[in-house]
Design a protein around this ligand. Structure first.
Ligand code: NAI
Ligand code: MG
Length: 479
């Protein structure tokens, strides 16, 4: 049984209720988490507000930065323990979990060392005036975190918020939150003042909804489904607070006839099977120039059919899906692809010896005759399912890349430098890769979507601006 963290203490829900935590590997309950509700959220927001008015609010940027750096060190010192917890909770392969914990530490390192390097400005104004633009924290920041990368998303969201002097209340996902709780315990151990970082576990429609509409929060970050993203923005509107939304994608690889297969093929396979496709930035569409389509798909199929799903300890290419709902959803999409007449070009396998009751699916590579032949080309599946379609010209490739409601990532595979720039600039999205894919965390790289992938930017220095505000001081110094 795990407890949440409010006001520097490990606590149960106010009424003692809990939620079962199910292992994706075998479908069995292995622990419980508190089922936090409005009263628990109230206590956490109050604790955060008190921290801002107390020790935490009085700290200098340097002191906050040192605490973040210490937390980064502590994460590294507990690396294996955290990776085991993450793998148990999400079912991901051990090496993926280990990589995720390294990225978590990187967030605290990056933002810890950045905390005292955010400077203000002086602005030339009228005679005998001095104008300063200073940065201030927003106040109490709310963070609603998904289950696909609990540790990474926690670091991405919370590290810049704390670096800027906000006090945070985090609602991790009910499906996977154990690493987040453990890191908050480590934060207390390394000396974060009570209330600077609070974790309320619970259901989205209970604790999540209570937090997002709480009258005393000043900012919300949310990563998750489109549907809930809209609810979050509505809740933010009622309190007139800013929100950053990251709502997934349907990112396209564009492979031209001069692409370097050796680079492209492993990256395209990894881009859809890593984390069992449960990645907002998954490369889930593949556009290939018609002249090389058959040849490229054959080479890709050879590689794709080697993919294996297994348990964390088997440490293969991917694990199970996170829960029954995601398992049903991905299987529904695969059945829909077949019903829409798509061709299965290759399938990966499920390793022998995985427990019955686990949420394992066969990674599937489909080919579609045209981009409008199936909803699998426009909807986020969130599983190891890739759909390929041919295109003719550069203009067609850009048009198809933009033919979904999403706009998170894109990737261009060509040796032609002019084409690399034209296509990368033509895709409506927040990040484009050229002859590569996947940044393994990409802590330094500004990230976020356009269109229905959301708005606002995280990662890199830009997150420090998102998670703070400015004040303009205008002083007359004449006589
Ligand atoms: P979800 O959007 O319901 O869950 C994400 C987070 O939001 C969780 O912490 C959840 O507790 C919270 N939440 C749920 N309802 C809420 C509410 N009414 N108010 C406040 N918070 C709430 O996502 P779900 O249902 O687990 O997955 C459905 C689909 O969403 C996936 O198949 C995938 O397409 C997408 N998704 C995208 C993610 C991304 O990285 N962009 C991450 C997770 C899901
Ligand atoms: Mg949901």
């Amino acid at each position: 049984m795990t407890r949440m963290i409010i006001a520097g203490r490990q606590v149960d829900a106010h009424d003692g209720r809990t939620i079962d935590v199910v292992s994706p590997v075998d479908g069995e309950v292995f622990t419980t988490i508190p089922r936090g509700q409005q009263a628990d959220v109230d206590a956490a927001v109050q604790a955060a507000r008190a921290a801002l008015e107390g020790d935490w609010g009085r700290m200098t940027a340097l002191e906050r930065g040192r605490l973040l750096l210490r937390l980064g060190e502590s994460v590294l010192a507990h690396h294996e323990e955290l990776a085991q917890l993450e793998a148990r909770d999400t079912g991901k392969p051990m090496s993926t979990a280990r990589g995720d914990i390294t990225v978590l530490a990187r967030y605290f390192e990056f933002y810890g060392s950045a905390a005292d390097k955010v400077h203000g400005q002086t602005i030339p104004f009228q005679k005998d005036y001095s104008v300063q633009l200073i940065r201030e924290p927003l106040g109490v920041t709310a963070h609603i975190i998904p289950w696909n990368y609990p540790a990474q998303m926690f670091g991405r969201s919370v590290a810049p918020a704390l670096a800027m002097g906000n006090a945070s209340v985090v609602k991790p996902a009910e499906d996977a939150c154990l690493s987040v709780i453990r890191v908050a315990e480590l934060a207390l151990e390394v000396g974060f003042p009570a209330g600077a970082l609070n974790i309320v576990t619970g259901l989205g429609e209970e604790a999540g909804a209570s937090l997002s509409r709480h009258h005393d929060i000043n900012f919300i970050t949310f990563t998750g489904s489109n549907e809930v993203g809209v609810l979050i923005q509505q809740a933010a509107a009622v309190n007139a607070v800013k929100c950053v939304l990251e709502l997934g994608g349907k990112s396209a690889h564009i492979v031209f006839d001069d692409a370097n297969y050796k680079l492209a093929i492993p990256a395209i396979v990894k881009g859809i099977v890593h984390n069992t496709g449960q990645t907002c930035t998954a490369g889930s569409r593949l556009l290939v120039q018609r002249g090389v389509y058959a040849d490229f798909m054959k080479a890709l199929a050879d590689e794709f059919s080697k993919v294996r799903a297994g348990t964390p300890d088997m440490d293969l290419d991917c694990g199970p899906l996170v829960n029954q709902a995601q398992f049903d959803r991905v299987n529904r999409y695969i059945a829909k692809g077949l019903a829409d007449g798509l061709t299965v070009v290759a399938e990966g396998g499920i390793a022998d010896g995985v427990p019955a009751g686990g949420y394992f699916v066969k990674p599937t590579l489909f080919s579609a005759p045209t981009h409008d032949s199936s909803s699998l080309l426009t909807e986020e599946i969130f599983g190891p399912v890739l759909v390929a379609v041919p295109f003719d010209t550069e203009a067609d490739a850009i048009r198809l890349a933009n033919a979904t409601d999403y706009g998170l990532l894109g990737a261009v595979w060509t040796e032609n430098g002019g084409r690399q720039q034209r296509v990368a600039r033509g895709i409506k999205c927040g990040q484009v890769y050229i002859n590569g894919f996947g940044a393994g965390g990409g802590v330094e790289l500004p990230f976020g979507g356009v269109k229905k992938s959301g708005h606002g930017r995280e990662k890199g220095f830009i997150a420090l601006e998102e998670m703070s505000t400015t004040k303009t001081l205008i002083q007359f110094y004449g006589e």
